[in-house]
Unconditional design. Structure first.
Length: 55
């Protein structure tokens, strides 16, 4: 039973590390790029410009 406890602690530790990484990355991205860049959809704009609709 002791092995499963170690595995559980390791899983919680990895979960905490991934959560910390996501928060650090969130702050890094948020300070690097403006809100306009983060909410833009350049691919969508390019796709809309090249679409051809036949009526």
């Amino acid at each position: 039973m002791e092995t499963w406890n170690y595995i559980e602690y390791a899983a919680w530790g990895l979960s905490a590390l991934f959560g910390l990484y996501m928060v650090i990355d969130w702050f890094k991205i948020d300070t690097t790029y403006s809100e306009d860049v983060l909410t833009s959809s350049r691919e969508g704009e390019l796709e809309a410009m090249t679409e051809q609709h036949k009526v």
